[in-house]
Design a protein around this ligand. Structure first.
Ligand SMILES: [Cu+2]
Length: 121
């Protein structure tokens, strides 16, 4: 009799643990992180990229480091992909890893924000 109860507890534990594990995987999906090298040169670029990307589908958080030009982006991998994210950065006028900046958007950037501009504050 005792063994039967233990089996029940055992299976319930298994079910509970698998729920917790699948739940944490779903959580991982919602908070996938990617680092993308951009061509940002100043604080204005940082604001433009962070604000512009905030409205993109599946984007949770964007933080750009002007010194390294690297944007750290948290996103929901069931709603968007690294490719779509790079394209969105390109459409803001900035390079994103190997994707060059969209020409039309880049031409609209103020001169201080062009990628060949000298670094400034
Ligand atoms: Cu700038």
């Amino acid at each position: 009799m005792k063994t039967k109860i233990d089996l029940k507890v055992f299976f319930l534990t298994i079910i509970l643990v698998s729920f917790i594990i699948s739940g944490s995987f779903a959580e991982d999906k919602k908070n996938t992180e990617i680092k993308i090298k951009t061509s940002a040169v100043c604080g204005m670029c940082k604001d433009r990229i962070e604000q512009g990307m905030a409205y993109e589908k599946g984007i949770k958080d964007v933080s750009l480091d002007v010194d390294t030009k690297i944007a750290t982006i948290k996103y929901n991998s069931s709603k968007t992909t690294p490719g779509e994210i790079r394209n969105a950065i390109s459409k803001l006028g900035y390079d994103a890893d190997s994707i060059p900046a969209d020409k039309t958007a880049y031409d609209k950037l103020p001169p201080c924000c062009k990628k060949d501009a000298k670094k400034h504050n």
